[in-house]
Design a binder for this molecule. Sequence first.
Ligand SMILES: [Zn+2]
Length: 341
Amino acid sequence: MSTLRSIALFGSFLLGSGCGTSAPPQTFDACVAPPKLTAPNPMYVWTPNAIRLASQRLGERVYAVYDSNAASHSKAGVPLATSGGFVVGDNGVLLVESMINRQLFCQMIALVRAETEKPITHVINTSSHGDHSFGNAFLPAGVHIVQHQRTAAYIAEHFQEDVAFMKMNFGADQGLDELHPVAADTLVSDQTPFVVDLGGVEVTARYYGFGQTGGDLFVHVPAQKVLWTGNSLVAAQPAVPWLLAGHAQEVSTTLAQVRASLPADTVVVPGHDHPTGAHGFDFSVNYLNTLLSEVGAAKGRGLSVEQTVAAVSMPSFQGYKIWDWIHKAVNVPGTYAELAR
Ligand SMILES: [Zn+2]
């Protein structure tokens, strides 16, 4: 695909990003050293330092950034690294997500610099999860960070817990010890979206309801019909939602509501996948509704949680490589506990 770009990564060029005007160039001191890529470690869900990111132009001024393995891994149900993107306005660049560690943050910055010398002025984190927000630690001063107010509160109170969770699933050798929390500059409420005009292009970040964390934002460029979902929609079929904080019914309602609000030809960038269409929501919504129905029925028959995990096998939804963890160990027991209340 001609619009797909992945680049050789040499950190030194990131130092000089001036445009020849009077404004001093924006520098990324965190990205001076060349990245150290490693081989994937099969013990991890995905290995941050083995990931190569690619960018794809989705429309005028709008780019997705995602795992360069997406074309082969997505359909096969192999978990992919965090997706994000950027929007280029006349006045500056807005990043969607800042990635999990220095290496991936710096790849993202390099992909921006491959398209524009304009300064990065905003970052929106779609949730508190570190793979979407840890890279904030590497931003230069003056970049405006936007989060939902519950995301900001969670990061302030639980940062080290999230680092521990990420180290457990993505490795203790992936550079997560050098991180620190960064306070957001703008907090988005449930009722009032964030709206910014970057100069010739408007971006919004809106809360639609519980998605995965209770502070999930959907980032939209209405004029180009591009939507980032964060982890609320982790990936297209055969991936299923990670209900790490439960709330299956609310997640289903949120996803269906967002889907219904979109023009049919919207390009959707899931939290961990390459771009798909609005139909990309349907498998996750159907999965959640079937999960709720079957777990409820099993409970109605008086089954224990272990018996319910065995009974709710949902064969037509299988195919995700981490099904045994997400479905059997997280989603079914969590939903059983919630329905039992
Ligand atoms: Zn994520």
